[in-house]
Design a protein around this ligand. Structure first.
Ligand SMILES: Cc1ncc(COP(=O)(O)O)c(C=O)c1O
Length: 489
């Protein structure tokens, strides 16, 4: 995708405002005055305070002709969207908006047909919106405990089982960079008369370099969730939601707008908005910097392949149906040969070597190489080498943590969430209906949803993750998952 690098209208206007001699007798209360907020100014620097302005100012973001709106429209052009929304509460906000938007179409019983391995924010959105769900399972790599994409066959079958679905929702790419066949899935959804929502949180950079997979908006996706701060180059928590130019655009646009207003802060951060503006311009002109990151990631992969105890997980993606591509900026490394779990290796890399990677599972760690980033591959590899266990390698035990199959749905997520509930000991929770979403984090994919029957393997999986180094279970009542909130009988 080649795109014109348009000016950073909003970021430029904000910088101009920050440079003026203003008296800011308004919020934020630091008033951009280092004398009023000396600690804040010393910590962040004066410019962070000067650029931190309240919304609805003339010449910045007030009105349809404001620099902010020009920047939002420039982003829509860059990402080839009909319309784009700038978000300051992450792709999590985009997922809640998506749920609230599709909850406004169809009848109350019509489900959203969702890939089961969606991020917890989609399920939170379904609870808030009272949106019924039906599921389609992705292919799963049982060795590494990774959810991949859904196959066209699984999608067709799920739609045949739920012809009343009001919309479909998939994830591409996965947390591990595996890309699904979006054009075919979009075609199938459209044949069934429903829009396809793609959680492309990890794909903000797609389409901006010939060696990257295509932008899902150019492949028929109707609504695309984008976590711009992940690999798009903006500040943490900034994100975008893009509406495609598809057959459902006119219907969806006002529904998204309503949901956006409902989920947005009335004090959106100017720092985050400006970072989205700059990230868009950087991506548009970013072929060279993305190319350098791809080369660095390739160098890391080559070093991993050359190491006797390590392997590149994506080298085996061809074994899985449902994967048609791979993001080269994700470097997933199988560390079983080191005789340690991925969690242990990730922890050791942080603790002993100040090397930080994005995620670990029992068997692997995933490094993310952002556009322009050229990490010291030798240092990473030397640190990895020092993580090797001196004891004998016990590969079998490292493989044994299987992703649990979801339990049957006994209630709708919203009904379970708002039902009378009680906390019970984990052993007593088996067989009961969960009131909460519990997700091993990262990747934040709920292993248990509100309304699902709690199974022994799910509880054991979550408790194992909870005590593993760096492991964390989002949504749990306590850190060790000793107790679980269930629907009262
Ligand atoms: C697939 C997916 N969707 C949505 C999100 C939420 O993104 P954010 O952290 O920007 O809110 C994540 C976060 O990891 C994710 O992996």
């Amino acid at each position: 995708m080649s795109c014109v690098v348009e000016p950073t209208y909003y970021a430029d206007a904000l910088a101009e405002f920050a440079g003026r001699d203003t008296i800011r007798a308004m919020v934020p209360g630091h008033s951009a005055d280092p004398a009023a907020a000396p600690r804040l100014a010393e910590y962040f620097g004066d410019s962070a305070l000067l650029l931190d302005v309240t919304p609805l100012l003339p010449g910045l973001d007030l009105g349809d002709d404001s620099p902010l709106q020009h920047s939002v429209r420039a982003a829509a052009r860059a990402f080839q969207a009909r319309r784009t929304w700038f978000l300051t509460n992450g792709a999590s906000q985009a997922n809640r908006i998506a749920a609230l938007a599709v909850a406004q179409i169809g009848t109350p019983d019509q489900p959203l047909l969702s890939q089961r391995s969606a991020h917890s924010s989609l399920f939170d959105g379904a609870v808030i919106a009272g949106l019924p769900l039906a599921f389609v399972m992705p292919t799963i790599d049982t060795v590494h405990g990774i959810n991949h994409g859904i196959t066209p066959e699984a999608f067709r079958e799920a739609l045949a089982n739920r012809p009343d679905a009001r919309a479909a929702y998939i994830i591409s790419p996965s947390y591990f960079g595996a890309v699904a066949d979006v054009p075919v899935l979009a075609e199938i959804a459209h044949e069934s008369g429903i829009p396809l929502i793609v959680d492309a949180a990890w794909a903000a950079h797609f389409g901006f370099h010939p060696d990257l997979p295509a932008n899902p908006l150019t492949q028929g996706a109707d609504l695309v969730v984008s976590s711009t701060h992940k690999l798009g180059g903006s500040l943490t928590q900034s994100a975008m939601l893009h509406l495609g130019e598809g057959p459902f655009a006119e219907q969806l646009e006002p529904l998204i707008d309503r949901a956006f207003r409902m989920t947005a802060s009335t004090s959106t951060s100017s720092l985050l908005l400006a970072s989205l503006d700059i990230a868009r311009a950087e991506l548009c002109g970013g072929r060279e910097s993305i190319g350098r990151a791809i080369a660095a990631a390739d160098a890391l992969r080559a070093a991993v392949r050359a190491h006797p105890c390590l392997d590149v997980v994506s080298d085996h993606y061809g074994d899985f149906a449902g994967i048609v591509g791979h993001d080269p900026l994700h470097v997933a490394i199988d560390v079983r040969g080191l005789g340690k779990t991925g969690h242990e290796v990730r922890n050791q890399l942080m603790r002993d070597h100040d090397v930080y990677v994005e995620i670990a599972t029992n068997t692997c760690v995933v490094a993310i190489i952002g556009p322009g980033f050229e990490p010291d591959v030798e240092r990473i590899m030397a640190a990895m080498g020092e993580c090797a266990a001196s004891d004998a390698v016990d590969i079998v035990s490292l493989e044994s943590l299987q992703l649990p199959a979801p339990g049957p749905a006994a209630m709708r997520p919203r009904d379970a969430f708002f039902a009378a509930t009680e906390l019970v000991a984990w052993r007593d929770a088996v067989g009961r209906v969960s009131a909460d979403a519990l997700a091993a984090y990262p990747p934040g994919i709920p292993n248990l949803l509100p309304g699902e029957v709690i199974t022994q393997p799910t509880v054991e999986f979550l408790r194992t993750i909870a005590v593993s180094p760096g492991g964390y279970v989002r949504g749990a009542a306590d850190a060790a998952v000793d107790q679980i909130r269930v629907v009262s009988i």
